[in-house]
Design a protein around this ligand. Structure first.
Ligand SMILES: C[S@@+](CC[C@H](N)C(=O)[O-])C[C@H]1O[C@@H](n2cnc3c(N)ncnc32)[C@H](O)[C@@H]1O
Length: 503
């Protein structure tokens, strides 16, 4: 039968969707709210969607179509609004950077490939920055969020002294191994052979504490992995670090998981056996090959790098000791590094239970999975210096209050704590930089609870609070919001400068 009139949204459903506004509701949430079976609601929502009355966004959130276009809402401040306001208030017009920026560009690069870090940035980008700065050889380059050491590797390779802090133990391990160019490839190769011989003779043993281990690996892989793990040397020393890192590198490739960029299931070849021993050998071969190639340019290396497994917020370096700082902090509402690297943390013995994971998460810059207790002290929206941030916190809070059942009702507190976490790092870098020295940060923006958060521009403004001058802000690439696939976000290079005259 032909339908003459488009269906209207029933009153109770309309009311529920108005309340959740731009954030949206899942069918399950609506079903609980309206006491109506999910299957019935699903059919109705699909039908309404065909007629354009409602839309579905992200991972199955329903919105009244009036809320679908964020830009059409009066209370929504779009990225362009902030860009325009930024040029007016801060006197900086956004430029463009056309070169490579993501870690994907490093996947086949010598040394960087030793531990693929999705959250890392491009080595070519760092090399370009070092070149642009025209630093004299032997200058000091700092990365307070060193990650897997991209900045440190490039700085040392260019003949500079490289310093970094990193709190996530597997990333700090990667940064240490990747900047230890003195390692002997030949000795590493024979140590790896010895490990494989021992592993082959060992009995399999219990896996680490992670609840989902048996879902993460097929049984044969799991047995082989425990043998290999138990044949590794204890931590300590560059060679032990190198083989342990190579073990860490095989964990995801032999599992049923993938990082895209968050750790999750859904690998098409999930049940196929991949031999951990063979993967480990390949990882070692890559290292040996790169170490040998590195040896040929030995004369150009800078002095050994320092990787401090330390909180960047507590960094204290001699004033004026750093010539250039380059980094990429975690993004607002971004990655839960602990969850994403829980396999590495557990299998490499950095965490022995869930409380260890929780403690580590609480010590990192705030992410969306931070425990409620750690956010509780930061729920006020008015006690922040930046007027933009104040407005944004209020907006998130009001959107969430309206919705009531948002993933977390303290979302504005997480955002506030994020910027509170960044501030001491900016201040520490400011103090450590020589007058005139620059701090380059690769930062992202985000969309959270129906509110756009210009994380890059807010970081630049925060820089001015601790004394920096904003030098340039260049958009490096477009990315897509996890909350709304159709909402374009960006990744930006913010360059701050410590004024040459003391201030
Ligand atoms: C975007 S990643 C940096 C990636 C790096 N540029 C690379 O290429 O590998 C941000 C890093 O900051 C680290 N981090 C977060 N909070 C920290 C803190 N308070 N102190 C030190 N490192 C921290 C995270 O563990 C993560 O590795």
């Amino acid at each position: 039968m032909t339908q003459l009139h488009p269906p209207t949204v029933p009153r109770a459903l309309r009311q529920a969707l108005i309340e959740t506004g731009p954030i949206g509701s899942t069918t399950r949430q609506l079903s609980v709210r309206l006491a109506q079976p999910e299957s019935e609601l699903d059919g109705l929502l699909e039908q309404l969607a065909r007629h354009g009355a409602v839309v579905r966004i992200g991972r199955g959130l329903w919105l009244l179509s009036a809320y679908a276009h964020l830009d059409a809402r009066e209370d929504f401040h779009a990225p362009e609004d902030y860009v325009e306001r930024f040029s007016r208030e801060c006197g900086v017009v956004l430029g463009r950077y056309e070169g490579p920026i993501t870690f994907a560009d490093n996947s086949n690069s010598p040394v960087h490939r030793w531990w693929p870090y999705v959250q890392g940035y491009s080595a070519e980008f760092v090399a370009g920055v070092l070149e642009d700065e025209e630093l004299r050889r032997g200058s000091t380059v700092l990365d307070p969020f060193a990650g897997s050491g991209t900045t440190l590797v490039e700085a040392r390779r260019a003949g500079h002294r490289a310093w970094g802090t990193e709190l996530l133990p597997p990333a700090a391990l990667a940064a240490r191994v990747k900047t230890h160019f003195e390692l002997s490839g030949r000795r590493l190769q024979s140590a790896a052979r010895e490990i494989l011989r021992h592993a082959a003779r060992r009995a399999s043993a219990p896996p680490p504490f992670l609840r989902e281990t048996s879902r993460q690996f097929i049984p044969r892989t799991l047995r082989q992995l425990t043998r290999l793990r138990d044949a590794l040397p204890p931590p300590g020393g560059p060679q032990s670090d190198a083989v342990r890192l190579s073990f860490g590198r095989v964990l995801i490739p032999v599992s049923r998981l993938r990082r895209s960029p968050c750790l999750g299931y859904g690998r098409p070849d999930a049940n196929q056996y991949r031999d951990p021993f063979a993967e480990f050998s390949r990882a070692i071969d890559d290292m040996v090959e790169d170490l040998e190639a590195l040896g040929e340019v030995r004369a150009h290396w800078g002095p050994p790098s320092q990787v401090w497994e330390q909180d960047a917020r507590t960094l204290t370096l001699p004033p004026g000791s750093v010539d250039l700082a380059v980094t990429s902090p975690p993004y607002v509402n971004g990655m839960d590094y602990v969850n994403n690297y829980k396999l590495d943390l557990a299998w490499l013995g950095y965490a022995h239970g869930y409380p260890d994971l929780r403690r580590l998460r609480e010590s990192l810059v705030a992410c969306d999975n931070l425990g409620r207790a750690a956010v509780r002290p930061h729920l006020g929206t008015e006690d922040v210096a930046d007027s933009w941030l104040r407005e944004i916190l209020r907006q998130i809070r009001s959107n969430v209050d309206r919705k009531q059942s948002y993933r977390r009702d303290d979302a504005h507190g997480v955002v506030k704590r994020y910027f509170l976490d960044l501030r001491p790092v900016l201040a520490a870098v400011y103090r450590a930089l020589r007058p005139g020295g620059r701090f380059r940060l690769v930062v992202g923006d985000s969309l959270l609870a129906g509110t756009y958060v210009p994380g890059d521009l807010l970081t630049a403004r925060l820089g001015t609070e601790v004394g920096f001058r904003i030098d340039t802000v260049d958009v490096a690439r477009r990315r897509w919001s996890g909350q709304r696939r159709s909402f374009p976000l960006r990744e930006t290079i913010v360059t701050l400068q410590r004024p040459a005259a003391a201030s």
